[in-house]
Design a protein around this ligand. Sequence first.
Ligand code: ATP
Ligand code: MG
Ligand code: MG
Length: 350
Amino acid sequence: GAVIGILGGGQLGRMLSVAAARLGFTTHIYEPGANPPAGQVADRVTTAAYDDEAALRAFADSVDVITYEFENIPTEALDLLEAHRPIRPGREALRVSQDRLTEKSFLRDLGLNTAPFADVTDLDSLKAAIDAIGTPAILKTRRFGYDGKGQARLRAPEDAEAALADMAGAPAILEGFVEFSHEVSIIAARGLDGQVACFDPGENVHRDGILHTTTVPARLSPSQRTDAVLLAANILNALDYVGVMGVELFVTPQGLIVNEIAPRVHNSGHWTQNGCAVDQFEQHIRAVAGWPLGDGRRHVDVVMENLIGDDMERVPDLARQSDVAIHLYGKAEVKAGRKMGHFNRIIRDR
Ligand code: ATP
Ligand code: MG
Ligand code: MG
């Protein structure tokens, strides 16, 4: 069978490896860190840095296609890998989503609604951005932010200096604060043949900047639901995308506003593991392997909840409950804020 190369050995890489194995593929993980969660289930692991050209070349030679579980892969590594094997999703999706400024500009140019935003490099440009956008607002580093890290909120223009200090000199973007009623996300997939399929949108609740729960179905009107599917398909088609993408949305009385896109399987899509015949991980493997997309229809209501840090202590109790499916990532060390696993609670009578 074919060999699927996965850049990144975290929990997403682990669950992609499991899905690939179920379809008869072999997986090869490339991960700089020692003992990656995906290493326990993949067929092969290369532990090497992203500037190790020999290791990158050997990795590429050993696989048929390359995919990834995170978007911050250095450009030079991608150049080298791409010279040997196809990378799916492609480079354009990575280029756009690695930088919040590029990403928001891309979305705006597609005609989609985003929060008002402006480039911030220093105190002068921040003050100009506040003049244009107003407060409340959020200052975010353009690159490498996740789980709400690298963000500072501005309640008033006087917060400018403190917020800028939080960026520690990194290029940033100021976003106007969106008064949303709730947050949803849509997990969308596009095949090698251009076919697009979306999972049912999920409603997301965050705690301390980290995703806490995803509930399906989300509270959306029929027209909002259609809008979510159409805008996701619009994004995938514009990028000639192959694979699964997570699209985070704010729900407002004025319609859906795109917060950010993730060119990979997404935490808010974990409910699909127990809510659909074909989950997001299998859908992604199908797409990158050139298979037809699978049946991602939702057959039950689900609440997905993340197990963060000490939440692991709840596992023995959860294991005794019916209608609960537990997914653990095999991380040896429990740390505050670290995603250790999640569980999907099947809701039968709503
Ligand atoms: P992720 O872990 O999802 O990648 P992230 O660190 O990239 O998160 P964002 O998704 O940009 O961060 O923001 C985290 C959360 O902060 C959002 O889900 C939302 O609750 C809130 N937020 C972000 N931007 C805005 C905004 N412009 N207006 C209102 N709330 C916002
Ligand atoms: Mg993000
Ligand atoms: Mg987000």
